[in-house]
Design a protein around this ligand. Structure first.
Ligand code: ZN
Length: 239
């Protein structure tokens, strides 16, 4: 239903510089926002090419751990399969392997502990999730994502609950070096900075999301060649 007012909840990220001066580096955390928002009538804006890049990104494959403990009755396999699906939504769009799932953990996301962790935990009301990136120069050297236990979570887009895959796909976009977008035309992109109960469309990347990812990590060459016979390649065709 279009033009219905929705309560849009903020998806945030923060960047913490590790070097050279840890003491002066404070996480950048935006004010939470809770606003009535009208869904744009245009239903094709996932085809817009908007993206924004953070000033930093990983230069190596990200080994990440998942803490599956939750209050919502979601099985460990359900949490792990869903979050790894979110990671794969990005990985399948670039030849660089961005993400590598390393296993479960009991750690809580939010502190620099040498592991990149996704977990539920306490956050202020109005914020669904926060990704925190620790940086050294233009490189990211650590990342965590905390999901807010204040809200209920679901794997199937249930009303009144937040969709885990949708939110995690957005948060992993930050891990890839992408910024939030807040323009109305960006509503249907994964990196749109708000979400609300029951929405699942941010599971799927739009054109701008893919262009942003490929601006950081490169794209598969898609060149059609004129040979009248089958052309076999073990990888990218680069004639
Ligand atoms: Zn965000």
């Amino acid at each position: 239903m279009l033009n219905v007012a929705l309560l849009m909840l903020t998806l945030l990220f923060s960047v913490t510089a590790l070097l050279p001066s840890v003491s002066s580096a404070q996480p950048v955390i935006c004010e939470e926002t809770l606003v009535a928002y009208a869904v744009p009538k245009a239903d094709d804006s996932s085809s817009n090419a908007h993206y924004g890049l953070l000033p930093c990104h990983w230069n190596s494959t990200i080994d990440y751990y998942i803490n599956p403990n939750n209050w919502y009755g979601i099985s460990t396999a359900g949490v792990v399969n869903t979050i790894t699906s979110s990671a794969n939504t990005w990985d399948k769009e670039t030849p660089f392997q961005v993400f590598s799932y390393s296993g479960t953990t009991s750690r809580i996301a939010g502190s620099r502990d040498g592991r990149n962790v996704i977990s539920w935990g306490y956050l202020r009301i109005g914020i669904l999730a926060i990704t925190r990136l620790w940086t050294s120069g233009s490189g990211v050297v650590g990342a965590d994502c905390r999901l807010n236990t204040y809200y209920s979570w679901s794997l199937s887009g249930e009303p009144g609950k937040m969709d885990l895959q949708s939110v995690m796909t957005h948060e992993f976009g930050h891990w890839c070096g992408l910024k939030d977008l807040y323009g109305d035309a960006d509503y249907w992109l994964t990196m749109y900075g708000y979400s609300t109960y029951g929405l699942t469309y941010q599971r799927t990347s739009g054109l701008g999301d893919i262009k942003g990812l490929q601006a950081v990590y490169g794209s598969y060459a898609r060149i059609f060649h004129p040979h009248p016979y089958p052309f076999y390649s073990d990888g990218t065709i680069t004639e």
